[in-house]
Design a protein around this ligand. Structure first.
Ligand SMILES: NC(=[NH2+])NCCC[C@H](N)C(=O)O
Ligand SMILES: [Mn+2]
Ligand SMILES: [Mn+2]
Length: 298
């Protein structure tokens, strides 16, 4: 497979430095070679440019969305990079950075595939809007925006077109949802598989259900967004918003493998590694192992 690796050194979405260093940190530790070892042609597209802005200006554009302008600018460029990657037959592997990059990757894929499903593997829903956010952090909003829910600047940042149908959205490993998010999930009939559901029924049964549903739908492709905080907080000290009672590594790998084996996945985000918070490269090494696993099954 031809894979475009696109780095997004963005921390504005989580408002916590360190996550911006990860694309280069992963390169220094051999991410490109790791992917190539699985017989892929890898094109390292470098990093999307992230403009500098001072802390005091973070609310300059909006009182409930920090760094709005910069995040929109970065994501417009990312969206186009993702769109052109897919259009030229290459698979975009987007490396974060924080999850606000989901805004751009989803817009880019959605422009190509109007009947798109999204699998969001994350402790969080990332389905807030400027009206529901408890933090003002835009990394908690990209999935809502992809469905056309939220502020206009986020919902149509790259093109005014079809949005993702909420019934084609699958949240997996969620366990830290805000009140507003729970309401949006219910009102829009989003498919929710909490960590409790996984513990109860087993990851195999959960993924079977997800994949059966995906196959029964009239969709063109699946976008997979993997936030490393889906894993239990003990496993990922190097992430900004860790949550306990999470899934373990083999459950995470099973979810990834079973989805990739469907061959429906057309693009993938890998986000929220913060190497500054890591303890003796534990999370970094786990991420390299997960990238190796993903590459094996792509
Ligand atoms: N991509 C993430 N790690 N998101 C965490 C979001 C946390 C919280 N729900 C918020 O909106 O601020
Ligand atoms: Mn997330
Ligand atoms: Mn998360």
């Amino acid at each position: 497979m031809n894979i475009n690796v696109i780095g997004v050194p963005l921390f504005y979405g989580c408002d916590r430095k360190g996550v911006d260093l990860s694309p280069n940190k992963l390169r220094e530790n051999g991410i490109i070679k790791i992917i190539e070892n699985h017989n892929h042609n890898v094109y390292d597209m470098g990093n999307i440019y992230v403009p500098e802005v001072s802390e005091e200006d973070k609310y300059a554009e909006h009182s409930k969305m920090k760094y709005l302008k910069e995040i929109v600018d970065v994501n417009k460029n990312l969206a186009h990079q993702v769109y052109t990657s897919i259009s030229s037959g290459n698979f975009p592997l987007v490396i974060g950075g924080d999850h606000a990059l989901g805004l751009g990757s989803l817009k880019g894929v959605n422009r190509k595939y109007s009947k798109l499903a999204v699998v969001w593997i994350d402790a969080h829903g990332d389905i807030n809007t400027h009206e529901t956010t408890p933090s003002g952090n835009i990394h908690g909003m990209p999935l809502a925006a992809a469905m056309g829910i939220g502020h206009e600047n986020l919902t149509s940042l790259y093109y005014h077109g079809v949005n993702v149908d909420p019934e084609n959205v699958f949240l997996i490993a969620a366990r830290d949802l805000d009140e507003g998010e729970t309401k949006i999930i219910k009102d829009n009939k989003i498919n929710l598989y909490s960590t409790n559901n996984i513990k109860e029924l087993g990851i195999e049964a959960i993924m079977k259900d997800v994949i059966d549903k995906l196959k029964a739908k009239d969709i063109d492709a699946v976008h997979l967004s993997f936030d490393i905080d889906c894993l239990d907080s003990n496993l990922v000290p190097g992430t900004g918003t860790p949550v306990g009672d999470g899934i373990n590594i083999s459950e995470g790998k099973y979810a990834l493998k079973s989805l990739l084996e469907t061959k429906l996945v057309c693009s993938l985000d890998f986000v929220e590694l913060n190497t500054k918070l890591d303890s003796s490269d534990k999370t970094l090494n786990l991420c390299l192992d997960l990238i190796d696993w993903i590459s094996e099954h792509l």
